[in-house]
Write a protein that binds this ligand. Structure first.
Ligand SMILES: [Zn+2]
Length: 120
């Protein structure tokens, strides 16, 4: 991959990471603020489902954060854009759509077909 492309993905992933980290902060402070303002049990019940919802979002966010950090590591060690499965190059087009991917489109398609066949 060209240095120009690597720089592009490095910047893109860093921006995305910062944005997600800011969001996580907001979610945490939002959760504490709401808790103090609703002493009513009915509100607490809906607060509980809001909390579960937020925790699910946070779970997804933290998984994405991990993936972004791994992608940044791969940029540093030179393995970014290389398919983990076949060692071939992942197309720039695919990386732009999904910069945290570790599989080329052929391997991803095969993997999905296998998962489907196994009922995963
Ligand atoms: Zn592959």
């Amino acid at each position: 991959m060209k240095q120009k492309d690597l720089d592009y993905f490095k910047k893109y992933l860093n921006d995305l990471l910062n944005e997600l980290l800011n969001q996580v902060d907001d979610t945490v402070s939002g959760m504490t603020a709401v808790k103090e303002n609703f002493p009513d049990p009915t509100d607490r019940a809906s607060l509980e489902s809001d909390r579960n919802f937020m925790l699910r979002i946070r779970d997804r966010e933290s998984k994405l954060i991990k993936k972004i950090k791994l992608a940044l590591d791969r940029i540093e060690n030179g393995s970014f854009g290389i398919c983990e499965s076949c060692g071939g190059e992942i197309s720039i087009k695919r990386l732009k759509a999904r910069p945290v991917t570790t599989l080329c489109i052929e391997c991803k398609t095969k993997e999905e077909a296998l998962e489907k066949a196994l009922g995963l």
